[in-house]
Design a protein around this ligand. Sequence first.
Ligand code: NAD
Length: 245
Amino acid sequence: MLKKLAEWLDQSSNIVFFGGAGVSTESGIPDFRSASGLYHMGNQIPPEVILSRNFFDSNTKQFYDFYFEHMIYPEAQPNLTHQLLAKLEDMGKLKAVITQNIDGLHQKAGSCEVLELHGSTDHYSCLACRKAYDIESVEKLCAAGQGVPRCDCGAKIKPDVVLYGESLDQNTLIKAVNYISEADVLIVAGTSLVVYPAAGLVDYYRGDKLVLINASKTSYDRRVDLLFNSKLKQVVEPLLAHFSE
Ligand code: NAD
């Protein structure tokens, strides 16, 4: 199976990667739905409630307390998967990384064409005047504002991440659909494929080289052309060695 995947990657110059939180677990960032994920940490309020726009608006301090404790990992470094994807792009083989992640690790590894469907924890903006802030300023304003960061204009500052109840950026979505529908090889990895509309993007693929790498079962398992029911490292390590020869 691994030989087949290496062969497809060797032959293609139009690979697209679509990934989720499982791509970053090997960098020490917990996902949502694995046994060690955020949904199983015994939080009194479910994470999907805290990470919703309604909750942000009505309980901003509680939102930021949770956000800084569970969503921010300043020490995290790109892992082998991030590195392989950056390398394939550099070789002119991979066209785009489409990610549900908000951790910025693909860019840190050197990938250039990264579509962040759910935004990024690196960027923040004022809900009223749209002034942009970085994470360091927001942390300081949070401390100064009793847990609620406020802009110079007085309005709240929100992370530029897509919260439950918010829409995805339409331009990013359209770009993702275009990349996927024109891809020769589509690699889907580290995602439970249950968060919509992101998960539905896989349906736009029209080729016959759909690869799925995931540690647990998904509803797409029967529909793919090559299935690796394993940790990413087991697949990616030999591929990195292959492309470093
Ligand atoms: P998810 O938690 O629902 O699913 C992750 C999947 O990855 C699981 O099926 C798990 O079995 C698999 N997985 C975990 N580690 C793996 C590994 N080493 N190798 C292969 N597979 C592995 O995550 P999702 O599908 O991305 O959707 C949930 C939402 O989580 C997304 O919207 C995303 O924004 C958000 N999220 C992002 C981060 C991040 O930025 N790193 C972290 C947590 C959650």
